[in-house]
Write a protein that binds this ligand. Structure first.
Ligand code: NAI
Ligand code: MG
Length: 352
């Protein structure tokens, strides 16, 4: 197959971790006889430095001619004092909005070799294998009106039927492709948007009789995420609840440097990126853990290109390298062998 991928390295460790993922994609292409056409474009701080625009027209144009987008991370102290239209994260929000990427998908899977670095007890963290499906373009972060004065502030939480229906469908489909369990998380005892959410989930469940559905309140979900995280398969929720729960879930595996994500829409087109930021404290030192970006590339192979075998090969290579005792410096494992970004990536390429 021939696919076109736009690579947006971004800032900080972004260029280092995307380079590692690109090498993995090139190796996959060779091994499975695919052609991946890679185009590099600017986003975030790098784009601001180049043309005073965190998401240049040229980047949008190249992305819209691509089958998928691979992103590193954006931001850093250099741009922290910039006015809001010249902030790196504006580029990220703008690209998600431009392409209507409403479904944020974050898998969290316990990795046996890393259980010691989880803040949870080993017996609680092991067997965790869940996916959070977060609505990304609606809700409290985007609804109008909003206003703020010295003595008063207002935010609005609004959701339309269409916005809820499409994310709920996405989640049911993911649940169907996994262990067939879906937890729909809301605050239906208090919020009207949650009451509408629950009604729509009830309507939609008729189409997915093979999926076991449970409605949960967000507060009790937060508790269960710590006490019994392995009980979850797929979780679907609105934007703000998903923001909080996905960050909570991200600590279970013990390293931010391991977690991939995708932001997609119904046709599968999407942005694939690590959960972590640009890590300015270790940028340019060949220390970053490239696993999250490599695993994001695996998600791209699976979700955007329907290349299941290729995706599984990448994931297996990453886990084998860890199981053999090879780690980057961010992973707190006793008796570990600490490798640089490029050394660790070379191990993955060898596996492949
Ligand atoms: P961060 O995720 O960049 O870093 C948090 C801590 O984790 C740091 O100590 C860092 O060294 C470490 N870390 C993160 N990823 C790592 C990796 N792959 N390997 C090894 N260590 C890793 O979050 P922080 O420090 O809050 O933000 C730094 C910058 O990144 C800020 O400008 C922020 O706005 C931006 N950011 C960007 C995101 C994105 O592009 N999606 C997401 C989150 C933050
Ligand atoms: Mg967050």
């Amino acid at each position: 197959m021939e696919k076109t991928i736009t690579v947006l390295p971004g800032d900080g460790i972004g260029p280092e971790v995307t380079e590692a993922a690109v090498k993995v994609l090139q190796t996959i292409a060779k091994r499975f006889n695919h052609t991946f056409n890679l185009h590099y474009e600017l986003i975030g701080g790098a784009a601001i430095d180049d043309c005073e625009n965190p998401l240049p027209e040229e980047t949008i144009k190249q992305c819209s001619q691509s089958d998928a987008i691979l992103l590193g991370a954006v931001g850093g102290p250099k741009w922290d004092q910039n006015p809001s239209h010249l902030r790196p994260e504006k580029g990220l929000l703008a690209i998600r909005k431009h392409f209507g990427l409403y479904a944020n998908i974050r898998p969290v899977k316990a990795i046996p070799a890393l259980l010691d670095s989880s803040p949870l007890k080993k017996e609680v963290a092991e067997n965790v294998d869940l996916v959070i499906v977060r609505e990304l373009t609606g809700g409290l972060y985007f609804s109008e009106p909003r206003e703020k004065s010295h003595d008063h502030a207002l935010d609005t939480l609004a959701y339309s039927r269409t916005e809820i229906e499409r994310i709920v469908d996405t989640a049911f489909q993911i649940a169907r492709s996994r262990r067939g369990k879906l937890a729909s998380v809301d605050k239906a005892n208090v919020l009207d948007t949650s009451k509408l959410w629950r009604e729509i989930v009830e309507e939609k469940r008729q189409n997915y009789p093979d999926v076991e559905l449970e409605h949960m309140l967000v507060d009790s979900t937060a508790m269960k995420m710590i006490t019994q995280p392995s009980a979850f398969d797929v979780i679907v929720t609105e934007n703000m609840f998903g923001d909080i729960l996905s960050d909570e879930a991200s600590v279970i595996t013990g390293s931010l440097g391991m977690l991939p994500s995708a932001s997609t829409r119904e046709d599968g087109f999407g942005l694939y990126e690590p959960v972590h930021g640009s890590a300015p404290d270790i940028a340019g030192q060949n220390k970053a853990n490239p696993a999250a970006t490599i695993l994001s590339a695996a998600m791209m192979l699976r979700e955007a290109f329907q290349m299941e075998t290729e995706a599984a090969a990448v994931e297996e290579a990453v886990f084998n390298v860890l199981n053999d005792g090879n780690f980057t410096g961010d992973l707190q494992v006793e008796g570990k062998r600490v490798l640089s970004t490029t050394e660790w990536t070379a191990k993955v390429l060898e596996e492949l």
